[in-house]
Design a protein around this ligand. Structure first.
Ligand SMILES: *[C@@H]1O[C@H](CO)[C@@H](O)[C@H](O)[C@H]1NC(C)=O
Length: 497
């Protein structure tokens, strides 16, 4: 399965990575929800392997990450045009530390001799200019274009069914597929307009960028736009400025019929206006070597705002997680400090809801929020109202700025769609019936669970009777996880390619 397929990350690292992403999103989701059911837990969180903890030397009391940097990508410069004659020596960690671009004050890119954590100097950054070869710089290939007859009106997310049964419940990492960093579907226009109204309503609670993250935001924007024009060439393109002097100055979005001037538009705004995904950027703090949330556009939050975590380090973001500091902080910080740019990871978390809960604001006075659309009339819930919500996430390090970026999107599927998917109803039914109580309570409210289980049991019986699920099958995580057998043919069929 996935565990052996991600180059460069050992299994131990994967489980930790899985926990990281899961933790961050779970705690983000729950950070303002202390009052929800009167508890304050992140039940699906699992701890990194015990053995790992014991092998670790006790962290030095002061700042063990100060000299810890991700693998340098500076050597790649030698392969880029314009750098042939440049001396590409590796930069010593001591120099990276003493000459780090600041995150406390606004970095000055005109001052030479300062470095990003991946070893690029201010000179390099200047020389690289706009839209350098990010595939070479990061070590992650460009995406392939979507098939000729791909049609956004029919386009669907891949059918994420990330249900797991058995041990390794926490190791929910998927192999990162460079074709799917951003996925556009028929929901594009609806999501974009939802986002616009959320921004008008919430402003800096869902959209912010510290001065220290300006370079990282520009890098991210250029990488995402480069992805879009390669993946969806008939829908997006870049062109030079009107005077022809600056290449890649204008971005054309044929879905929205807009042109954005990249020379005058804020990079996060460019992403916000064109890409239906959420982004959170974490930057290394040169004073302690830890990662802090410095910029974000996050719309799909339920019961919280991303700005609550502005400038927080991982540890503070996880303040509510029991045992985080004693059991996890060390491994997490370590993993973040080393994540290479060429090994992005993906993950998908899920829950069942009784409406399409894309964004819910906490009450400004009390911080309370309602998860259910059927509060007080749970008995009226109809099967058709139940939605599977999947939050598909990727986590990667940007090559030049070395910022660690999460992007994620909420994908809703009517539960009834699972009826025809081999093994899925029985697997999900099992999780909802026999899974750890706290985990299941986190995944859905009781009235949704009850109604869901009832339907799933019926569909599971149906599939057994039809012979779709063989006699002897013992419920467990599917080989194809996070998908299911036969998903690809079905998915292509529905979209006509
Ligand atoms: C960077 O880390 C230092 C040491 O932990 C901390 O005092 C400082 O507040 C951090 N800087 C920012 C801007 O968060």
């Amino acid at each position: 399965m996935w565990s052996t397929q991600i180059p460069g990350i050992s299994t131990a690292h994967i489980s930790i990575a899985g926990a990281i992403i899961c933790l961050i999103l779970l705690t983000l989701q729950r950070s303002l929800t202390v009052r929800w059911k009167g508890r304050e837990r992140a039940p699906s969180v699992t701890h990194p392997p015990k053995e790992k903890e014991q092998k670790q030397p006790k962290p030095k009391p002061d700042l063990p990450y100060l000299l810890q940097f991700p693998p340098s990508r500076r050597h790649v410069l030698a392969t880029l045009p314009g750098f042939e004659k440049v001396d590409i020596q590796p930069v010593a960690p001591e120099t990276l530390k003493s000459q780090a671009l600041p995150t406390v004050t606004t970095p000055d890119f005109d001052k030479y001799g300062f470095y990003t954590p991946t070893g690029f100097s201010t000179q390099d950054i200047k020389k690289l200019g706009r839209f350098p070869d990010y595939a070479a710089l990061s070590g992650v290939r460009d995406p392939n274009p979507v098939p000729e007859n791909w049609d956004i009106a029919k386009a669907k997310f891949r059918p994420y069914r990330p249900f797991r049964w058995g041990y390794h419940q926490h190791m929910a990492l998927m192999k990162y597929d460079p074709d799917y960093w951003v996925e556009l579907t028929s929901t594009y226009h609806t999501t974009m307009s939802q986002r616009r109204s959320l921004l008008a309503q919430h402003g800096s609670r869902i959209f912010f960028c510290n001065p220290c993250a300006v370079h990282a935001c520009r890098e991210l924007m250029e990488m995402v736009l480069s992805f879009l024009v390669k993946r969806y060439p008939s829908h997006f393109s870049l062109s030079p400025s009107a005077d022809g002097l600056t290449p890649n100055a204008l971005f054309h979005n044929r879905l929205l019929s807009t042109t954005t001037n990249l020379l005058t538009t804020d990079p996060l705004q460019v992403l916000f206006d064109n890409v239906p995904e959420d982004y959170a950027l974490m930057l290394r703090n040169e004073s302690d070597g830890l990662y802090y949330l410095r910029a974000a556009i996050v719309c799909s939050s339920v019961g919280w705002y991303v700005a609550q975590h502005r400038d927080s380090p991982l540890k503070a973001i996880h303040a509510n997680v029991p045992d985080y500091e004693s059991k996890m902080a060390f491994s997490m910080d370590r993993w973040f400090s080393r994540l290479p740019t060429d090994t992005p990871v993906s993950r998908c978390s899920w829950g069942l809801e009784d409406w399409e809960a894309f964004h819910t604001s906490p009450c400004p006075q009390t911080g309370e929020w309602t998860r259910s659309a059927f509060k007080g009339r749970e008995g009226e819930l109809d099967m058709k109202d139940i939605k599977l919500r999947c939050d598909a996430q990727t986590l990667r390090r940007l090559p030049v700025s070395a910022a660690v970026v999460f992007n994620f999107k909420a994908i809703f599927t009517g539960l009834e769609e699972l009826r025809e998917e081999r093994y899925v109803p029985e697997l999900l039914g099992k999780v909802l019936k026999e899974g750890k109580r706290e985990l299941v309570e986190y995944k859905c409210e009781e009235h949704v669970r009850r109604k869901g289980v009832e339907a799933l049991e019926g569909w599971a019986r149906e599939q057994r009777e039809k012979g779709w699920v063989e006699e002897g099958w013992e419920v467990g995580t599917l080989e194809e996880s996070p998908f299911f057998p036969g998903w690809e043919g079905r998915w292509r069929g529905e979209q006509g390619f």
